[in-house]
Design a protein around this ligand. Structure first.
Ligand SMILES: CC(C)(COP(=O)(O)OP(=O)(O)OC[C@H]1O[C@@H](n2cnc3c(N)ncnc32)[C@H](O)[C@@H]1OP(=O)(O)O)[C@@H](O)C(=O)NCCC(=O)NCCS
Length: 191
């Protein structure tokens, strides 16, 4: 597997939407992705591509000094291979490079795989939005990183990046994401 992380393009939306529908109980419609890519100047969206096949996607909104992760998913058959980590690292690096102080997101309280991933990358619970997800009235956990420029966050990201490189020799290719936003878990704003 040679996975590259690249900006999402309009041509990618159909494949992205297949993953969206497989991943979330309240998927975004395709036009939402198109709108984000074409009209939202605050948005950055990326895809993970494995030999031409899209295996994951993610996005964020860059709002003043905060990066808000809006959507994030890996194709079911491609999970547990570090693709989520690759995409999250890229989002956090993009966020820091444009001057965001912190990154934040909402995640379903029951979504332990995603919570574990975010915790690994320095996100911590800071609050709850009661009944945020209208499909089942589930609460959203709000998770936020420490200061992206802090020694702790920089050290964490450098260590995790090196570990990923070690797992996948010579394969840390990436490009700056483009795109748009929402809330990271298949919910009101995101999938
Ligand atoms: C959450 C998600 C994006 C993770 O993607 P992934 O590519 O499988 O994740 P990775 O292989 O990069 O895993 C990295 C870390 O995430 C955590 N993790 C991922 N899947 C996990 C699982 N099933 N159980 C527990 N921890 C898990 C672990 O901390 C893991 O690190 P480790 O390998 O050192 O244990 C994926 O499960 C997914 O698309 N889920 C459905 C959509 C979704 O919930 N998106 C998030 C919305 S907020």
């Amino acid at each position: 597997m040679t996975v590259v992380i690249e900006p999402m393009r309009v041509d990618d939306i159909a494949a992205v939407h297949d993953i969206e529908r497989a991943s979330f109980s309240a998927p975004w419609p395709t036009y939402a992705f198109r709108q984000e890519l074409e009209s939202n100047r605050l948005a950055r969206y990326l895809v993970a591509r494995d030999g031409g096949r899209i295996v994951g996607y993610a996005g964020l909104w860059l709002m003043v000094d905060e990066a808000h992760i809006t959507t994030f998913a890996v194709a079911p058959e491609s999970r547990r291979q570090g693709i989520g980590e690759r995409m999250l690292l890229e989002l956090l690096q993009v966020s820091e490079s444009v001057g965001a102080a912190v990154a934040t997101l909402e995640v379903r309280v029951s979504n332990m795989p995603a919570r574990r991933l975010y915790e690994k990358y320095g996100f911590r619970p800071v609050g709850v939005r009661p009944r945020y997800y209208t499909d089942n009235n589930e609460d959203a956990l709000i998770m936020t990183t420490g200061e992206l420029t802090s020694k702790e966050m920089r050290g964490r990201l450098a260590r995790l990046s090196a570990e990923l490189l070690g797992r996948e020799p010579g394969r840390r290719e990436s490009a700056t994401a483009n795109g748009r936003s929402g809330a990271a878990d298949g919910g009101e704003v995101a999938g």
